[in-house]
Structure formats: C-alpha cells, structure tokens
Design a protein around this ligand. Structure first.
Ligand code: ZN
Length: 130
C-alpha cells in the first residue's frame, strides 16, 4: 500500500513507519509493516496504525475474498454493495421495468396474431380482414 513518504535525517520512508517508530520508540524491522486500519494510506494517525509482520499483514489482506487487493474493510463494502445490487435486482422498480418489457412483448405477439392481410395484400387488423 503506497503512502506519503517523508525524509527525516536523510532517511526516506513512509510517514506511517515514522509515526509507528516514534510511538514504540525503536526502528521497525524490515519484516514489520504498518497497516492502516481504515485502508487510507494518508491517514497516519497512530490510532489508525497497526504494527504487523509482513506475513500477518498479507494474511490480514487476504481475508474474505482471498483477494490481495481487498482489505477487510473493502471486502465488507464489497459484500454490502453486492447485497445492495442483489436487492436491486429484486426491487420493485426493476421488476416493473422487466414486466413492462414482457408486457410489450406479449402485446407485440398478440398484435402479430391479429394482423391479417386484406384482399389487396395489405396488412390490416383482424376486424378489417376479409
Ligand atoms: Zn494493510
């Protein structure tokens, strides 16, 4: 996860690492990662940061969809979105639109059945057919 970087004493690293290091009072190991709880890499408040090992961090991001691009929060959002869109498929407006289409098809089918050719070969309604 890319986040803003800051140069302090000639060392350039993620702001989240600086914040965590000053919080715990030591430098982070190379296998330690600072995770952003709200998945916002620009939110570097200490309350938003969790220190994890690289493997813990990977496991954390692999939960849910087992998709490394979905964090837990995103997965929840994705699930919510999915259930909302499922509801949408069943919602009244959607159903009405669909049944309008069906009605139109039925109307057309009925029309075709009742269209005849008159004696001159022109199309006409049943009542005009000879
Ligand atoms: Zn993370």
């Amino acid at each position: 996860m890319k986040g803003p970087r800051k140069q302090i004493n000639g060392v350039r690293k993620k702001v989240s690492r600086w914040v965590m290091e000053s919080h715990i009072g030591r430098e982070l190991d190379s296998d330690e990662i600072v995770h952003h709880i709200d998945e916002d890499p620009t939110n570097n408040n200490i309350e938003n940061l969790v220190l994890m090992t690289i493997s813990e961090h990977r496991r954390h991001h692999m939960t849910g969809d087992r998709n490394p691009f979905f964090g837990e929060k995103h997965t929840e959002e994705f699930k919510k979105w999915l259930s909302e869109s499922r509801k949408g498929a069943k919602n009244h407006r959607y159903g009405k639109k669909h049944s309008e289409e069906t009605k139109q098809k039925m109307r057309e089918a009925r029309l075709k059945r009742t269209i005849y050719k008159d004696s001159k070969g022109r199309f006409c309604r049943e009542e005009d057919a000879i």
